[in-house]
Structures are given as C-alpha cells and as structure tokens.
Design a protein around this ligand. Structure first.
Ligand code: ZN
Ligand code: ZN
Length: 281
C-alpha cells in the first residue's frame, strides 16, 4: 500500500482535473471523499464538508489512506483549501483530534462548526494551540432558532439547525447544522449532515429555503427513500441537482443492483468520484 499511495493521490488529482476540464470555466465541481465527506471547488475557492472522521460503525465508508495523507499534506486536489464545515459531533462525521491536526498543519484553513463540535475540539487542544482557534467559528444554534449568515473571502455561509434523524425520540441533543454555502457569488451548495426528513423542520423557515435554492444539494440518502424527504427536496429546498451521501458501503454503485427505492437517484458511493455543478448565468 505504501508504494501505491502516491499513485493513488495522483489519480485523484487527475480525476479532478479531468472533471474540471470537461466543465465550463465558471462551473464548479463536487468531489467525493467518504460517508458525508466531500469537497466543492469553484475556481481557486475550495471548501470541505465533514472531511475527517474515524468511525464507520461497521457500515459506512472511511477515507482511503492516500486521500487522508493528501489532505494533511495540502497536496492536490486538496491544495489551497479555504474552509472546512462540520455538520455535527458524531464519530462518522468529525474527529476532533484529526481536525485539530489539520488546522495546525494547514494554516490557511478556516473551520466552521456547531458549538458542540468546537467544545470537543477545545477538549483535545493543548496549551500551545490557542492560535488555532482564531480560525475557528462556532455557530451556537438551538432548534427553531432563525438561520444565521456569515461571510469570509469568496464565501457566503448560511447555517440552520435541523434536528438529527431520530427526532423527536432520539439524538435531540446533537447540534446538527445544515450548511448552505455560496462560492464566489455563483455556486450554492447545501450539506445537511444527518438531517431528519420531517417537513416541520423546514416549513418554519420556508422563505429562507425559497430565497437561495442550491445548484447542488447533498442530502443523506434517507431523503430519497422516504416520501417526506423527497417532498422536502422538491417543495422546499428545490436544488437543481441532488447527490445522496451517507450511503452504506453495502449499496452498490450500479443503480440496477440497488434496492428499488434508491435506483432512480444519484448517489456518491466511491471515494474520488466527481460531479460537475453547472452554473447558469
Ligand atoms: Zn449523526
Ligand atoms: Zn452519520
């Protein structure tokens, strides 16, 4: 594996370049890592969602070793990352020690995360790590709070707390954030974490969802396999395209071989695969 790793890193880089070349210059690219981990690239602007985690819980994909090493090294395609977004403090989305390591190794990266995750990050930080937190923004949102808007160079960042799947009986204390991010004023994407597919969470912010529909949404796959999830996508979020994430490793890449309810949907199933995000302007 050690000999293979650099070749794999180059392969991932080539795949991304190929995807970028086939797209129009102003288009964006979504690049899949594992579970809900992915990168979105527009021009020189690069953002990551849920990129480092250690738990597969026996059914979800973990990052390939070569991809993880490229991320830490700031090697292509992970050179020049601007911001990392964390959906919630669960082991299949967020590893505090690994995110701390990434922030220390790559001083250009800004982190946006729910307060609960930032507290965990502080818990693993040492006495000399204070400066890291200058680049960390915690969003402190309770269920039913109004969405918040943040900005940094090249990014319009909107966040709303959507309860974790299992609501209202389970995991209600988990601060799950749906991040809606617009890159360079042209491409809007939505990452939902482990959002619960009940319209009551989305109906309360109907105008928020109405005003900035994403070019691409990344719902957890259970939004495709439940009627309410499909309706939320169609009637509230209205993305031009959706690609499902958090897909169990047992679900085949070939749609024909999937359970019937997932055959008609686009899913990320293989680390390194990409999608072009067309930008109509
Ligand atoms: Zn979770
Ligand atoms: Zn999860």
């Amino acid at each position: 594996m050690r000999l293979l790793a650099p070749a794999l890193v180059r392969l991932f880089g080539l795949l991304l370049c190929a995807a970028a070349n086939s797209a129009q210059a102003h288009d964006s690219t979504a690049y899949y890592m594992a579970n809900e981990g992915l990168m979105v690239v527009h021009g020189e602007t690069k953002i990551l969602f849920d990129p480092l985690f250690r738990e597969s819980y026996g059914q979800y994909l973990l990052l390939p070793e070569a991809m993880e090493q490229a991320l830490y090294a700031g090697a292509p395609p992970f050179d020049g990352i601007d911001a990392v977004f964390i959906s919630h403090h669960h082991g299949d989305h967020f590893s505090p020690a690994d995110i701390l390591r990434l922030l220390k190794l790559r001083p250009g990266i800004h982190l946006y995360a729910p307060n609960q995750a930032v507290m965990a990050l502080r818990g693993v930080a040492g006495a000399g790590d204070d400066a890291v937190f200058d680049r960390v923004t915690a969003v402190d949102l309770a269920y039913k709070d109004a969405p918040v808007t943040l900005e940094m160079k090249g990014l319009l960042i909107e966040a709303v707390r959507i309860p974790h799947s299992g609501w209202p009986s389970g995991r209600v204390d988990i601060e799950n954030i749906a991040w809606r991010v617009t890159l360079n004023g042209t491409t809007t994407v939505l990452h939902m974490g482990d959002a619960d597919p009940n319209d009551v969470h989305f109906a309360r912010d109907a105008s928020y969802w109405e005003k900035n529909p994403p070019q691409m949404a990344f719902p957890p796959y259970w939004f495709f396999s439940s009627a309410s999830g499909r309706e939320i996508l169609q009637d509230r979020i209205k993305p031009a395209r959706s690609v499902g994430v958090h897909v169990p490793a047992s679900i085949p890449a070939d749609p024909v071989l999937r359970p019937a309810e997932l055959r008609g949907y686009d899913l990320f199933t293989m680390p390194g695969e990409t999608r072009v995000i067309p930008t109509e302007d």
